[in-house]
Design a protein around this ligand. Structure first.
Ligand SMILES: Nc1ncnc2c1ncn2[C@@H]1O[C@H](COP(=O)(O)OP(=O)(O)OP(=O)(O)O)[C@@H](O)[C@H]1O
Ligand SMILES: [Mg+2]
Length: 278
């Protein structure tokens, strides 16, 4: 894997009145993905050009089958493009083998899925520690301490020994976010992270994503929900395997403010019951 400086050179970006230097985290050029099903070909991506700089928070939207997950899988180095190039944090991804892709994922990326994907009958702490046990860099680390710190970061320092079934949906998703964060990724990729959550938990999780983004982590979220997309800074709309529109969010909302409003209106009964049982 070679670091390439061409697209990874800091680029000037206007941020209000301040000029800040931002690094290119994602750069795709004419990315295509064709799935061959027997004699049929599915053109899932038909040429995607996308550039994402450090510190962005992006919502990827589009109807079912438009290619969002296919794009996420490629950006997340879980799959490779049929055609086109992809650079992640200055590293050319297309053409890497499976082991190289796995190492790159472990070093640079954190994944969050709709269904949380936590191991059941396994504590929050053990779930979060897991990615560190797959680290092949040879670094010496105190994996317990790092996992504990990651859970504290998402506000679950008092739930280390809870198994997924002993946590609310929002808390389970926060464990999954802690697991994604524990390797200190450059980029968080989330595919419908609020799809299984009620509206209160959705705002809670989005407040956490915004907080992490403010701390400097680049965040890319696939969502169907316009209410979720309004917490992002930029919306990329995909249709038929192409980027149809790409625009900043004009009326961006702060999830922490929305959460405060919701909490002032009183806790939800199911959340209170779970708190009681814990
Ligand atoms: N592994 C696969 N093999 C064959 N075809 C696939 C595969 N994965 C996705 N497709 C097809 O590629 C197209 C894009 O699928 P994709 O999963 O990216 O859509 P999506 O935008 O994520 O949809 P949804 O909102 O329903 O999750 C669809 O037509 C789908 O049927
Ligand atoms: Mg999908």
């Amino acid at each position: 894997m070679k670091e390439r400086s061409s697209t990874n050179a800091p680029t000037s970006q206007t941020d209000g009145s301040q000029r800040t230097m931002s690094k290119t985290v994602i750069h795709t050029s004419n990315v295509k993905k064709v799935y061959t099903m027997g004699t049929n070909k599915v053109f899932a991506l038909r040429g995607v050009d996308l550039t994402v700089t450090a510190g962005e928070m992006i919502a990827v939207m589009g109807s079912s089958g438009s290619g969002k997950s296919t794009l996420m899988n490629i950006l997340g180095c879980l799959d490779v493009p049929t055609e086109g190039s992809y650079e992640l944090d200055g590293i050319r991804v297309d053409g890497l083998n499976r082991n190289q892709l796995a190492d790159l994922r472990n070093q640079k990326l954190g994944f969050i899925f709709q269904g949380f994907n936590l191991l059941s009958r396994t504590s929050a702490l053990d779930n979060v520690e897991l990615p560190l046990l797959y680290d092949r860099s040879g670094r010496k680390m105190d994996t317990r301490a790092l996992a504990t710190a990651s859970l504290q970061r998402v506000g679950l320092g008092d739930r280390l020994d809870h198994q997924p079934s002993e946590l609310s949906g929002g808390q389970q998703q926060r464990v999954a976010i802690a697991r994604a964060l524990v390797t200190q990724p450059t980029l968080l990729l989330a595919d419908e992270p609020t799809g299984n959550l009620d509206s209160h938990m959705t705002v809670e999780v989005m407040a956490l994503f915004q907080e992490l983004n403010e701390q400097g982590i680049t965040v890319l979220i696939v969502t169907h929900e316009p209410d979720v997309a309004r917490y992002a800074k930029r919306i990329v709309e995909v249709r038929d395997g192409r980027i149809l529109r790409d625009h900043p969010v004009a009326d961006r909302r702060r999830a922490a403010d929305d959460l405060a409003t919701l909490n002032a209106a009183g806790p939800e009964p199911d959340a209170a019951a779970i708190e009681e049982a814990a």
